[in-house]
Design a protein around this ligand. Structure first.
Ligand code: FE2
Length: 477
C-alpha cells in the first residue's frame, strides 16, 4: 500500500512516495523472471548504445538521449486534492530518477520554489526482449485547487515542464472525460478522439479509460502508441484507467501468470494508481481502486475477475470475494454526493450474443442498493446509454436508479444488436466517441459526442437536499 498522502495544505511541501505496493513487488518479481527468460544482454547493450548519442535539448544544451523521459503519464492519486502520480521510462538506466514540481507562475523565474522528489526505478523486460527502464513517483503534499508545473528526469535530462491542477478538497464544479475502448489503431485513429475531447474539456480533472486500452496488454509497442495518441494530454490530465480483457493478454510463450484475470505488467508500468483496493486481494492494486474528486467518488473495478462462471481456484475466489466485499464497503462509506463506477464489461450489453448475466446479477443489486448514479463501461464497441434503471427495469425519472453507458473511443466497431434495446435511451454505432461529464453541485450534465464534435447524446441528473436524483432525459448541454 502507498503510505497515506499528506492532507496538510497551505505550507505543504512535496514529498516522495516510497513504493511498497505488494502487487508491485509481485510484478517486479515477475519482471525479473521474464528478464531471465527473455533478456538478451547483447541486444540491450546495443539498444542503449544506439540511444546514448548526445542530442541538443530545447535549450541548446547537449544531453544524453538514453536518459530523456519518454511516455510521461499522470495517474490519479488517491488524494487528488494533495497529490498526483507520474510514470515515465528512459532508453537507458538513470542513476538519479526524480521529479520536480513548483507552483505554476506567470513568469519563468520559479526555480526557488522547485521541490525535488525521488522516483522508484525498476526494469521491465518488454515482449520484444528489450529492457525498459521505468520510473514512478507521487508528488505529495500539494495544495488543493492549485496549478503546478512539473518535470521528470535524472537531474540533467528532463522532460518539458508540464502543467497540472490539483482538485479542491470539497465540492466544486468540474469536468471529467470518459473514453470507451481505445484498443486498436491507437496512434493512427484514437489520437483523433483524445485530442478532440481535450479541445472540448481542456480543464478536465481526470480521464476515465474504461478498459481495453490496448489490444494486447503485453505488447509494449501498443503502449507506445497509447502514449503517442494521448501525447502531452496524458502529462496534463491524470488518467483513471480500468483494466479490460485485452489488457490482461500475456505472450503466448510466457509462463501462466498467477492471476490471468489481472492486467499485464505493462499496464502497471504505465500507471501509478491508488493502492486503496481490497486489502486481502492486493493483486488487484491499481485495478480496483477509488478516488474522490470535488464531491464525486469514482470507483474502478476489474470486471475480468467476475466472469460469468464462479471461480474454480482458491486465489481467484479470494479475489472475487474480496473485490465484491470491498465494492460494497466503498459504496456504503461514501461521503460524496455523486457516485460513478467504471468497469470494462457492461451490465447491459450492446452487442449481439453478449449478455454478462453473471456480472449483472452480482453488481446490479449493489448499484441499486447504494444508488450509484452512473456506470461507465466498454467492451462492446458501440454506444448504448440506458434510461434510469433499477431492478433491470426503467423507473420513473424521480425514482432511485442508475444510468448505464457503453461507449467506444477507437475505430474497432461492432454493430448495435443488443438484448437490452428496450432499456436504451440512446444508441449509436460506427462512431468514435468521447464523453464530457460536468458536475456542478446538485447537477450532473453528461454529453456524448462523436469525434467530429457532433452531439450524440445528453442528459442531466439533478439531486435534491436529501440526495434523491431526478433524471432529465432531454437536457441537451
Ligand atoms: Fe473488451
Amino acid at each position: 500500500m502507498n503510505p497515506p498522502e499528506s492532507k496538510s495544505a497551505s505550507s505543504a511541501q512535496p514529498s516522495a512516495t516510497v513504493e511498497t505496493n505488494p502487487s508491485r513487488r509481485g510484478f517486479l518479481a515477475s519482471s525479473a523472471l521474464l528478464g531471465a527468460l527473455f533478456f538478451s544482454p547483447a541486444r540491450a547493450v546495443a539498444a542503449v548504445a544506439e540511444a546514448a548519442a548526445p542530442v541538443a535539448s530545447a535549450t541548446g544544451e547537449k544531453t544524453v538521449a538514453a536518459a530523456l523521459p519518454q511516455r510521461v503519464t499522470l495517474s490519479c492519486a488517491a488524494d487528488m486534492a494533495h497529490a498526483v502520480s507520474a510514470t515515465w521510462r528512459s532508453a537507458g538506466p538513470l542513476t538519479s530518477a526524480q521529479g520536480q514540481i513548483a507552483p505554476l507562475t506567470a513568469g519563468p523565474k520559479f526555480e526557488a520554489a522547485v521541490q525535488s522528489v525521488p522516483a522508484e526505478a525498476f526494469t521491465f523486460e518488454t515482449d520484444s526482449g528489450e529492457t525498459a527502464y521505468q520510473y514512478n513517483l507521487t508528488f505529495n503534499g500539494l495544495n488543493p485547487d492549485a496549478q503546478y508545473c512539473f518535470r521528470v528526469g535524472d537531474g540533467q535530462a528532463w522532460s518539458e515542464w508540464n502543467t497540472v491542477q490539483t482538485a479542491l478538497d470539497k465540492p466544486k464544479p468540474f469536468s471529467f472525460l470518459y473514453f470507451g475502448d481505445v484498443q486498436t489503431d491507437i496512434r493512427a485513429q484514437c489520437s483523433r478522439a483524445v485530442r478532440t475531447a481535450f479541445r472540448h474539456a481542456p480543464d478536465a480533472r481526470f480521464m476515465v479509460c474504461a478498459g481495453d486500452l490496448v489490444n494486447r496488454g503485453h505488447d509494449d509497442s501498443l503502449w507506445g502508441e497509447f502514449s503517442d495518441a494521448f501525447s502531452f494530454i496524458a502529462a496534463t490530465v491524470p488518467c483513471l484507467p480500468t483494466p479490460g480483457n485485452h489488457d490482461t493478454k500475456r505472450p503466448e510463450n510466457a509462463p501462466e501468470p498467477e492471476a490471468p484475470y489481472t492486467a499485464a505488467p505493462a499496464y502497471h508500468a504505465h500507471f501509478h494508481l491508488p493502492a486503496n483496493g481490497p486489502k486481502n486481494a492486493q493483486i488487484l492494486n491499481g485495478e480496483a481502486y477509488y478516488v474522490d474528486c470535488q464531491g464525486v467518488r469514482v470507483i474502478s473495478l476489474n470486471s475480468n475477475v467476475f466472469d460469468d462462471d464462479a471461480p474454480t481456484d482458491a486465489a481467484h475466489k479470494q479475489a472475487w470475494d474480496a473485490q465484491l466485499a470491498w465494492l460494497e464497503e466503498v459504496l456504503a462509506n461514501n461521503p460524496n454526493r455523486w457516485t460513478v463506477v467504471t468497469h470494462h464489461h457492461p451490465i447491459y450489453s450492446t452487442s449481439k450474443g453478449r449478455d454478462n448475466a453473471g456480472l449483472r446479477s452480482l453488481l446490479r443489486p449493489l448499484y441499486d442498493k447504494y444508488k450509484v448514479d452512473l456506470v461507465l463501461q466498454g467492451h462492446d464497441h458501440s454506444y448504448g446509454r440506458t434510461h434510469k434503471l433499477a431492478g433491470d427495469q426503467i423507473v420513473d425519472p424521480a425514482a432511485p436508479g442508475t444510468i448505464y453507458v457503453v461507449s467506444v473511443c477507437g475505430p474497432k466497431m461492432y454493430p448495435f444488436k443488443p438484448k437490452f434495446e428496450s432499456l436504451m435511451a440512446a444508441t449509436a454505432s460506427d462512431k468514435q466517441l468521447f464523453q464530457v461529464i460536468d458536475v456542478n453541485g446538485d447537477t450532473l450534465s453528461y454529453t456524448s459526442r462523436s469525434i467530429d464534435g457532433q452531439l450524440v447524446d445528453a442528459f442531466q441528473l439533478k439531486k435534491d437536499a436529501s440526495g434523491a436524483s431526478t433524471y432529465l432525459p432531454s437536457a441537451k448541454a
